[in-house]
Design a protein around this ligand. Structure first.
Ligand code: FDA
Length: 584
């Protein structure tokens, strides 16, 4: 007999675990979340928060979304990505990033009701965790996952209460391993991985200093400093990252992975900060120093029976592109509604297989992208002449050569500009953030061909209502002038049918099927004199179905199925599709 019972036990209160708990509690599912430490993230690791993540927060509630914006540095403060020799030194180049370029900003505005922002993990985790606990999650801090065994009916997990030193057991129907990059849950569940851990060593130095005079005129979250000869491999690239504008900062500095992780004392940390800032007398307060490794590994299986892993437990990669916490929260959005439907008896357990089918390709994609982004600094180093010598004096001369009035220097300047512009794949990669299209048993395409991407799918968000894609965003208006996104009409733990004039049959079918299955299927009508109006025509341009057609949208905003127009028996059609998607 276990000491505690719950429906879902979640290991970890990071972005993945806290988001899972918040979503499950919002869906009315009993859950217990544990963390081996006494509190949440103590350092502001993740920060770039993309629109898809903000859509998850918005789905949790406008209060949750608003609180995130309240604590975040806004998008306008994020994007003057600077390359320089130090913050006081020479600026080599700049790249407008994270939707700062007006063309990119327009794409952001057209794709989502939300705004990208910079929200350090030290704010994101408390927000998600508070949402979870206030909506019903049970939580135990200073509690460590030790091991688990599963059988046909559930999972028995052994935990250690670190305050008393005593072990206890939790019996749950499902176990979620959101226990980070060294996941023991994933290991014990026998998940399979590809790739390598520990490909490079990095050090974080968190400090407080007012640097407004050096940065406020070129607001950015990232300032890349190139100091030939200053570090591992000779190139000496360090990152000065804004944590809070403009008085809290995190320096990321490499160390040789072939040596033991360095122990950095305060004097050493201050020297690194002063070198990168370029001010030998800079007054600062060092808040913490920690080391971490760059990984290149993703799970090829994300679940085993009743055990599901997510977040860094399944995708382990460098911070490039800022995808880690974002993807972790989005993993939770994919899994939570499925667990809720199965636990409430509205879906067969096989719905849960779609979690792995849908999210494992995303894990591979983002790990590959983030590691490629590191490699793509190479052309910048090459163009600056930093790869032609290991002598710091010569390297500096090569960098200086770009200022000459020669043909070679003009070519060098062009190469530098191109290499910096090509970093768009790290710093403005909107398609990777937004274009996830799922293929699984929980999607019914009825053989409709996937639309090709008209532009680079990594860079540009392309909205489509093809089943598997995320519901396109367009603003619609109520008779009283309320303005909502189509995404707001869906989600919130429910399936939604979205239709227009002539689609009344779908609305009735949704009611019939909802009653039949004991689930609440939301039904939304968009059109003139209907509850929602498409005054601008944006929705009509985007929906890829006729007025009488329908989109069946899953609780995670992804389209489960669509019909181009009304059919003879909408209830029979909807029943067929729901039976496939829900497995019963
Ligand atoms: P995470 O590691 O955050 O949490 C794991 C949780 O499990 C913790 O609560 C831990 O205590 C707990 N735990 C572990 N073992 C346990 C056990 N045995 N028992 C109980 N509890 C246990 N991402 C991003 O999206 N945007 C960004 O800009 C950045 N930037 C960034 C910068 C830097 C410098 C770093 C190092 C990382 C980033 N990231 C990022 C990545 C991001 O920090 C990371 O992807 C997320 O924290 C992953 O969230 P998880 O919840 O999966 O794991």
């Amino acid at each position: 007999m276990a000491d505690i019972t719950t429906d879902v036990l979640i290991i970890g209160t990071g972005p993945a675990g806290s988001a899972s708990a918040a979503l499950l509690s919002s869906y009315g599912v009993e859950n217990l979340v544990i963390n081996r430490y006494r509190w949440l993230a103590s350092t502001p690791r993740a920060h770039i928060t993309n629109q898809r993540t903000m859509e998850v927060l918005r789905d949790l509630g406008r209060d949750v979304e608003d609180e995130a914006y309240m604590f975040a540095a806004e998008q306008d403060l994020m994007g003057e990505n600077v390359f320089c020799t130090s913050l006081t030194g020479e600026e080599i180049g700049r790249m407008k990033s994270w939707g700062k370029h007006p063309l990119s900003r327009a794409e952001h505005q057209l794709s989502s009701p939300t705004l990208m922002n910079d929200l350090p993990q030290t704010f994101m985790e408390p927000l998600l965790y508070k949402t979870a606990c206030s909506r019903g999650s049970q939580s135990r801090m200073s509690t460590e996952y030790r091991s688990h065994v599963q059988d046909e009916d559930g999972v028995t997990t052994t935990c250690l209460d670190r305050l008393t030193g005593k072990e206890f057991t939790v019996r749950s129907k499902y176990l979620v391993g959101a226990d980070g990059g060294n996941s023991r849950v994933a290991e014990h569940a026998g998940l399979t991985f590809e790739g390598k851990m520990g490909v490079a060593g990095s050090m974080n130095i968190l400090f407080e200093a007012d640097l407004s005079r050096l940065v406020a005129h070129r607001p950015s979250v990232l300032y890349w400093v190139l100091q030939p000869g200053a570090d591992v491999g000779g190139i000496g690239m360090g990152l000065v990252r804004m944590v809070r504008p403009w008085n809290e900062w995190l320096i990321v500095w490499g160390y040789d992975i072939n040596q033991p992780a360095p122990s950095v004392d305060e004097a050493h940390a201050k020297k690194v900060v002063r070198d990168l800032v370029g001010d030998p007398d800079l007054e600062m307060t060092i808040k913490s120093v920690s080391t971490w490794t760059v990984n290149n590994m993703y799970a090829t299986s994300m679940s085993n029976g009743r055990v599901f892993c997510m977040g860094d437990a399944t995708h382990r990669h460098p911070p490039s592109n800022g995808l880690g916490s974002n993807t972790s929260i989005q993993d939770a959005f994919n899994l939570a509604w499925k667990l809720a439907f199965v636990l409430k008896g509205a879906a067969d357990q096989k719905l849960l297989d779609s979690y792995q089918d849908e999210r494992a390709p995303v894990a591979k994609q983002i790990v590959t992208r983030a590691n490629k982004s590191i490699e793509e600094f190479g052309p910048i180093f090459k163009a600056l002449g930093l790869l032609d010598s290991i002598d710091p004096v010569k390297m500096q001369q090569n960098m200086d050569a770009r200022c000459n009035n020669t043909v070679a220097a003009e070519e060098q300047r062009a190469a530098i500009r191109k290499a910096i512009a090509d970093k768009v794949y790290e710093f403005d990669c909107h398609g990777v953030e937004m274009n996830q299209r799922y293929r699984s048993g929980a999607i019914v395409t009825d053989g409709q061909a996937e639309p090709a991407f008209a532009r680079d799918p990594e860079l540009h968000c392309q909205q489509t209502s093809w089943p598997g894609a995320r519901l396109p965003h367009a603003w619609v208006y109520s008779a009283t002038g309320e303005k909502l996104s189509t995404l707001d009409l869906a989600g919130h733990g429910k399936f939604t049918v979205l239709t227009g004039i002539g689609g009344q049959g779908w609305i009735e079918a949704a009611r019939t099927l909802g009653k039949e299955r004991g689930i609440d299927i939301a039904a939304q009508l968009i059109g003139p004199r209907q509850p929602w109006q498409d005054f601008t025509g944006d929705w009509a341009n985007m929906r890829e179905i006729r007025d009488s057609g329908v989109l069946l949208v899953r609780p995670d905003h992804h389209i489960a199925w669509r019909s181009e127009a009304i059919v003879d028996d909408p209830s029979a059609e909807l029943r067929r599709v729901l039976t496939t998607v829900l497995g019963k």
